[in-house]
Design a protein around this ligand. Sequence first.
Ligand code: TMP
Length: 230
Amino acid sequence: MFITFEGSDGSGKSTQAELLARSLRRAGLEVIETREPGGSPRAEAIRELLLSGKAAPFGAFAETMLFNAARADHLRATIRPALARSAIVICDRFADSTRAYQGVLGKIGDDLLAAAEAAVVGDTAPDLTIILDLPADVTVERLRARREAGGEMSDKFEEEALAHHEALRHAFLDIAARAPARCVVLSAQTSVEELAQAILRLVEERLGTDRGRSVPRPSRSSDARPRRRR
Ligand code: TMP
């Protein structure tokens, strides 16, 4: 099963991906946690190029191609081999992020994005995409709080403009509306634990009961804090 997490920056995707992986591993399932851009050594090198802004002078078209080049290597080196041995792959962002970010930010047309996605992803589309949804003003507030806390540097694709987050939110909601069998939209304004339980229930439903295993509920542990990987 290939599961992707999508949504705005600051929606808690990385934390939820981690909590889900932990619960599924506790049930004895093999889980590969990965992320985009990145997820393989070559794709991580491209990530550095993209998020540092070093690729920006080449323009939005080149950036779109770089996200796709990273994805092609990630699929080849990490995702497809894991799926082939029946591991569960949990990926923090995937092709929908290119549709949303490069579509909205870079004004790259839908036809081009769709063609690149078809060429790179092919039939390795996610089985389930969880979109964590936040109103744009909450996103802006979370990003500001994060910056003020001084923890992490924002990346090239993170802005604090309200209109930018409004457009991204609608892009993700539009993707969900067009692919209702694959995408589930959940509010990211509920508590970390509640959200983790809702996600686990969803995944259990999709995995079906035929495996004869039940997945333990996530516990209220002290490490269930929002966290961000870099
Ligand atoms: P992250 O902060 O979730 O690790 O994602 C890194 C940034 O890259 C985030 O601001 C969104 C952006 N991004 C794109 O613009 N296009 C893409 O295809 C992907 C995967 C991420």
